[in-house]
Every structure is written in C-alpha cells, then in structure tokens.
Design a binder for this molecule. Structure first.
Ligand code: NDP
Ligand code: PYC
Length: 339
C-alpha cells in the first residue's frame, strides 16, 4: 500500500496523542503536557522527537517504568534555588509545577537554578527553554540520558547523549535558541536513520568492537555514539552529568537499570535549568547586544541561525502538519485501543 501524506491540524494531533497517553496510564494533565511537546516537535520538523516518539512513550508506560500519574514535589531550597522530585514521572510535568515559583525567583534575584530529579525525558529540549526567552529571560538547560557515548580516551560508554540548550531574547531578531546533543548525533536521529535505511557519516559512532562506524544498526546494536568535537565535547558531556546528576540529584546516565522493564525507553535521570534576567546584566540592553552580534555574523556570511529553521517550518505549517498515512493509522489504532 502506498504511504501518502495527510495534512493535520495541531489541535487534532494533540487530541490524538493525548488520548493515546491517557489510554496508557497518564493522568489528563500529564497527557496534555506531553502531547503539546510532542506535536510542537513534529510541527517544527524536530522529527526524531516528534510523533516518532509516541510508540516509545506507549511502550515505556506499558512497561511500568515511568509513572504517568506522578505528582511532582516542589522544594524551595534557597532564594535562588528550587529542586523538584518528579516522583518517577515526566520532567516536563515537574517543570510546569515549578515554573511559576522559578520565574519569580529569577525576577527577584536576577538568576535562579532549578534542578529536577527522579524524572524521565524522551523529548527535545528546546520546548523547555524557548518559552523563557519569549518572556524575556535567558535560559540554559541540560539533561543527561542513557549510557551510549564513549568518552574520548575511554574503552566503553559512560555518558548519555546529554543535550544542552540555550534560549535568549534577541531584540528585533526574536529569540535565538540552540539545542544540541553533546554526541555527534542524538540517539533518536540514529534510530530515524536506521528506520530509513540511511548510512551516517563515518565515525558517527563505534561498533561493538570499538571500531569507528557510520552504520546506525552497528551503533545501536552493541555499539555506541561518541561525543561531538573530540575531547572538548567529551568534557561538555561530563559537565552535563555533573550538573544534572551530581548537583541536581538525578541518576548518572549509567545508574538506572531498565532491563527489568522491557519496552522502557525514557532515561531516568535529571534535568537542570539556569535562568537569568538579562535586565540585571552589566552593559547595554541584552536584546540590542544580541542584535549587534547577529548582524555581525550575518555580515560574515552566516545564513543559518539556530532556531530559525524550526521557526520557518512552523510558519510554513500554519495550515497543517504533514503526517504520513501509515503514521496516522498507527496513532488512530493506539488511540482506539486496537493496538
Ligand atoms: P542538531 O545537530 O540537528 O542541531 C543542533 C543545533 O544546531 C540546533 O539548535 C540547530 O538549530 C543548530 N544548527 C543546525 N545546523 C546549523 C548550522 N549550519 N548553523 C548553525 N546552527 C545550526 O541536533 P542534535 O542532533 O544535536 O539534537 C537533536 C535533538 O535531540 C535535540 O532537540 C535534543 O534536545 C534532542 N535530544 C534529547 C535528549 C534527551 O535526553 N531528551 C538526548 C539527546 C538529544 P535548528 O534545528 O533550528 O536548525
Ligand atoms: O535522542 O539521544 C536521544 C534521546 C535520549 C532521550 C531522548 N532522546
């Protein structure tokens, strides 16, 4: 059968994903939060963390690995520090619970930290930071994932894919947002490449014997990824482990064992946020300075600013989000309980 593409509304997709998540054990608020996240990623062309992940959420929930009904516990630790125990639930739900108090602290102190632990994340990071920049704040976030990256100089994996994201208000330029795994690629993108039968650049990862490879199957089946940018990326990945697990109180990427829950796909780790009110900086208005930097980079020939591709895709999809008929059939079957 030919796989055609159907245009879907954002609201319609959200309702569908929400129904799937509720059917598989999420309370309504959790299902709504994750559905909004997942559909936003699909809408913006973040393919590896959009609808592609719905099966992963379902198999994880069915395995009993994560608690879709968890109620996060928000702890006020200091004038500039909040900690959240996500109670084995999803990180985005913990963020939503702590957000009002966190933003209040950022505005009051100029800077604040939020550490989320005992939490699960199967999504892109940019949806977590972009809204802070939209309300005028600088936001940094990082999260450690599951052991699948060999530190430079090591013989076996230690780190996760450990993404780092930053969003800033850039004056007339809108918001500038980057969101990057600290491995050569996100694990999700390696999975997409395997599903599409595509080879990756040589050296994207290593096979089970430690030999450099661009074969996604070899990376995923017993092999591993490697940090981006040699030893420097390796150190940034180490920083993510230190801040999320060491400081925030989550598991290190190797400290959880999901083998007892076949089907589990959500790393059980931690996420850290640092937010800053740019009005408390020391120089000219931050937005103006960001505009100046962007203008200089443009003049130097740069034509790709992080976040721009997604925002352009979002604007192009105002009339609808293209989804393959095969994927829609799968989503409808999951929503109706047929699968
Ligand atoms: P990419 O390498 O595709 O992109 C990384 C960043 O670089 C993006 O902000 C992108 O912006 C920007 N970018 C891409 N090309 C250029 C260019 N030529 N010039 C300037 N900027 C550029 O992402 P990754 O593969 O590293 O990560 C993919 C996703 O996986 C992320 O959303 C990440 O959060 C997610 N992930 C989640 C994990 C988790 O534990 N939850 C673990 C690891 C990854 P733009 O896309 O706007 O072009
Ligand atoms: O793509 O590396 C990844 C990833 C890990 C957890 C969620 N996404």
């Amino acid at each position: 059968m030919t796989d055609t593409t159907e245009l879907q509304t954002e609201d319609g997709l959200r309702a569908l994903v929400r129904a799937i998540l509720e059917r598989n054990g999420c309370r309504p608020e959790v299902a709504a939060t994750l559905a909004a996240n997942c559909v936003a990623a699909e809408r913006d062309g973040s393919v590896s963390h959009g609808l592609f992940r719905v099966d992963g959420y379902v198999s994880t929930l069915r395995s009993g690995w994560v608690d879709g009904t968890a109620v996060p516990v928000v702890e006020d630790r200091a004038p500039g520090c909040i900690a959240v125990d996500a109670a084995n639930g999803f990180t985005q739900v913990a963020l939503a619970a702590a957000r009002p108090a966190f933003v209040r602290k950022v505005r009051e102190n100029g800077i604040a930290m939020l550490g989320i632990r005992n939490s699960h994340h199967l999504a892109a990071l940019w949806p977590d930071v972009e809204p802070f920049a939209e309300e005028g704040l600088i936001a940094l976030s990082m999260i450690n994932s599951m052991t699948c990256s060999v530190p430079v100089g090591a013989k076996k994996p230690v780190f996760g894919t450990n993404p780092l994201a930053m969003a800033v208000p850039a004056g007339a330029e809108g918001v500038l947002v980057f969101d990057m795994a600290t491995t050569t690629m996100a694990n999700g993108d390696v999975r997409v490449a395997r599903a599409e039968g595509r080879m990756l650049p040589p050296g994207t990862g290593v096979d089970r014997d430690g030999n450099p490879t661009g074969d996604p199957a070899a990376i995923l089946d017993g092999g591993a990824l490697v940090p981006f940018g040699g030893h420097k990326g390796s150190l940034i990945s180490m920083m993510v482990e230190l801040l999320c697990a060491g400081l925030g109180g989550g598991n290190f990427s190797w400290e959880f064992d999901w083998s007892t829950h076949p089907g589990a796909q959500t790393p059980h780790t931690g996420q850290l946020f640092i937010c800053i009110d740019p009005a408390r900086g020391g120089g000219l208005p931050f937005g103006l300075r960001a505009e100046t930097l962007i203008a200089q980079m443009r003049a130097a020939g740069l034509d790709h600013f992080p976040g721009e591709r997604r925002h352009h895709t979002r604007a192009q999809r105002a009339e609808g989000i293209p989804v393959s008929s095969g994927r829609m059939a799968r989503l409808r079957a999951l929503a109706s309980g047929a699968e």
